[in-house]
Design a protein around this ligand. Structure first.
Ligand code: P6P
Length: 340
């Protein structure tokens, strides 16, 4: 194993950087890593097991739940319950937050907001899907943690990460000291450090958006899309349009190559489609730590004050220069009030 550094080794090595009690966050991150490996095993054989298709249930947003995202939800809640470091799990798959009532969790200080399997509509066609998680520390000191402990700004996150179940399975996370990527080595069943200190290029030539919603986009977004399509060699335009329909996969590619992912308001999603607590905030934390930027078009995502558990937000996230260009168009053509 010369030269290989596993996720567990890395977490312990870096836990001196943690602002809080060292072992707690380490154990939490390891619990998430374990659940990710179990989910990965099922995602990789989804076509064989009777685990494809719809579970026949719907989540709070009325989205049909795939069997795999119900499975993933159960695995993460189970791992976080047994780990003893988490007191509340806020998950896309549950209407209300889940209080972890195990005896050891009574003293637990951490809250995990999670989308257990994002992009699950892609599962049946074998397109990359992902897990997105955000870790907060409870602010209340007495009694049981409450919803107020969950509804914290993105700037309060102590860690955030995603798992991409793609051509390889990777876990990418930050604790506020940069971004590191780990690739799962199935031969040893360990996530191994493969992408140390990840940085997104300041500029890029890839834009990711569902242009099928074009007619309903804010004017500023429409102007940006047309800007991206203009022939101009000096600014390497026209850009390349790449949209997988799986946020984790699109953002991961853009993190590596440079680019921008946009999910603005649309007719179907007048407040944006992506969820603030367990999609926008964790991705914003990661991309900012990698040198990128994340806004709702006008306001920094991580400064938005959450008011409800499954709150949605529009999101423009990726290479700083590209996000700033969109903000220019949004300020000029789609000015709206500040988020606070
Ligand atoms: P649309 C998946 O459902 C998701 O939440 C993101 O992963 C993805 O980027 C987006 O929604 C796709 O939405 O409306 O383009 O199909």
């Amino acid at each position: 194993m010369k030269g290989i550094k596993t996720l567990g080794q890395f977490i312990i090595e870096k836990q001196a950087d943690f602002s809080y009690a060292k072992g707690e966050l380490s154990r939490l991150l390891r619990d998430i890593g374990i659940a990710s490996k179990i989910v990965n095993r099922e995602v990789n054989k989804a076509g064989l097991a009777d685990i494809l298709g719809d579970a026949g249930s719907t989540n709070i947003q009325g989205e049909g739940q795939k069997k795999l995202d119900v499975f993933a939800n159960e695995q993460f809640i189970s791992a976080l319950s047994s780990g003893g470091e988490c007191c509340i799990v806020a998950t896309e798959e549950e209407d209300d937050f889940v209080r972890i009532d195990s005896a050891v969790s009574h003293e637990a200080k951490y809250i995990v907001c999670i989308d257990p399997l994002d992009g699950s509509s892609n599962i049946d066609c074998n397109v990359a899907v992902g897990t997105i998680f955000s870790i907060l520390r409870r602010k209340s000191v007495d009694g049981l943690a409450t919803l107020a402990d969950v509804l914290q700004k993105g700037t309060e996150q102590v860690a955030a990460g995603y798992v991409i179940y793609g051509s390889s399975t990777m876990l990418v996370y930050t604790t506020g000291k940069g971004v590191n990527g780990f690739t799962l080595d199935p031969s040893i069943g360990e996530f191994c450090l493969s992408h140390p200190d990840m940085k997104i290029p300041e500029n890029g030539t890839i834009y990711s958006i569902n242009e099928g919603n074009y007619v309903h986009f804010p004017e500023g977004i429409k102007k940006y899309i047309k800007y991206a399509q203009v022939e101009d060699t000096a600014t390497k335009r026209p850009y390349t349009s790449r949209y997988i329909g799986s946020m984790v996969a699109d953002i991961h590619r853009n993190l590596i190559k440079g680019g921008i992912y946009m999910y603005p308001t649309t007719a179907a999603s007048p407040n944006g489609k992506l969820r603030l607590l367990y999609e926008c905030n964790p991705m914003a934390f990661i991309l900012e730590q990698a040198g990128g930027k994340a806004t709702d078009g006008l306001n920094r995502i991580m400064e938005i004050t959450p008011t409800e558990l499954h709150q949605r937000s529009s999101i423009i996230i990726g290479s700083t220069k590209m996000v700033e260009k969109v903000e220019e168009f949004m300020r000029e053509f789609s000015p709206v009030k500040s988020c606070n």
